[in-house]
Design a protein around this ligand. Structure first.
Ligand code: FAD
Length: 294
């Protein structure tokens, strides 16, 4: 299908984008267009005006410091994935980005666009929640900062108010003793995940003292698997009884995942529990589970 007719405006600056968005309640931000344009083609979205921020140099930066990585709204997923500096400070970024679609998608799609889109099966919202990322928003009433944990409200629904844009997202630096892996199940390579997990696990003196497990493809927003995290604390290996305990905790953390044509609730629950066990075992015991995609 073709999209309904719309006007297009290439913003000259962030202020210009914000003031143009304020002129029409049916205007939408265009970044990489990798989610918005398909949804317009299906007429799931019929904006009257697209305000393109994808060409703004002031939003293109990927800045890595010892404190974290700050990514502008025009920075593509591939620009972040290919930044060695960003990968050194927040290794989870590259690990998560590699699971997104294909190189062609990541070449146009932006990190902030994925966060704004808030697909429940997307990797980056789950990473943002797992790592304690914060979003900087600019709108008609000025600038504000929102924690990822407060940003995601539901499927394709965020804390963004009318006329607001994400200008930047900040991911805090990962502690040196922490390892992050991303693992997911999809029907075909490059498809959206049926379910997936971001696991950040750290040890000191031989036993786990940090465990963050953020699941996606399960509910309306990323789901922290807190019972499973609790099982990991203090472990120095995952033997058979520990793996069973972890499986059961993750299974119960999953709650009642949604059901669709691709997978049942039970399939998603069992899959996330298995993924958690495999991914945590790979980190703690260094098993051969790959848990990555290149
Ligand atoms: C074939 C295919 C496979 C894909 N596979 C995956 C996958 O496996 N995992 C995954 O996570 N994603 C996947 N995607 C989606 C991809 O990651 C998108 O690029 C991303 O979700 C949206 O980023 P974008 O820059 O393209 O945003 P756009 O499509 O331009 O915008 C998406 C939405 O966010 C809003 N928006 C964008 N930027 C901002 C901003 N800075 N401030 C406020 N609102 C904003 C837009 O108004 C729109 O509503 C896939 C896409 C395709 C086409």
């Amino acid at each position: 299908m073709k999209p309904a007719s719309f006007d297009y405006y290439r913003a000259k600056s962030v202020d210009d984008a914000v003031s143009t968005l304020a002129e029409s309640p049916f205007a939408k931000v265009l970044a990489g267009g990798q989610s918005l344009v398909p949804s317009m083609n299906f007429r799931l979205s019929t904006p009257s005006l697209l305000v393109d921020i994808g060409q703004l140099d002031e939003l293109r930066s990927v800045a890595a410091t010892p404190e974290g990585v700050t990514i502008g709204a025009a920075a593509t997923q591939y620009a972040v994935e290919s930044s060695a500096e960003a990968a050194a400070v927040v290794p989870g970024l590259r690990a998560a980005l590699r699971w997104i679609g294909h190189r062609q998608i990541r070449n146009r799609g932006t990190v902030c666009g994925s966060l704004a889109h808030a697909d429940p099966a997307a990797e980056l919202p789950a990473l943002a929640v797992a790592t304690g990322a914060t979003m900087e928003l600019r709108g008609p009433n000025g600038t504000r900062t929102v924690a990822a944990t407060d940003f995601f409200r539901g499927p394709f629904w965020t804390d963004l108010q009318a006329g607001e844009i994400i200008t930047h997202v900040r991911f805090p630096a990962q502690a040196p003793n922490v390892t992050t892996r991303v693992n997911e199940i999809a029907r075909r390579s490059g498809d959206f995940a049926l379910v997936g997990v971001i696991a950040s696990i750290g040890s000191s003196n031989g036993s786990v003292d940090t465990a963050v497990l953020s699941g996606f493809g399960l509910g309306a927003t990323p789901v922290r698997l807190t019972a499973a995290e609790g099982v990991l604390h203090g472990k120095n290996t995952l033997d058979e009884p520990a793996r069973m305990e972890l499986y059961e905790a993750a299974y119960s953390d999953a709650g009642d995942p949604f059901e669709d044509v691709h997978a049942s609730t039970e399939y998603r629950r069992e899959s996330i529990a298995s993924l958690v066990v495999r991914t945590a075992t790979a980190i703690i015991d260094g098993s051969s589970e790959k848990g990555g995609r290149s």
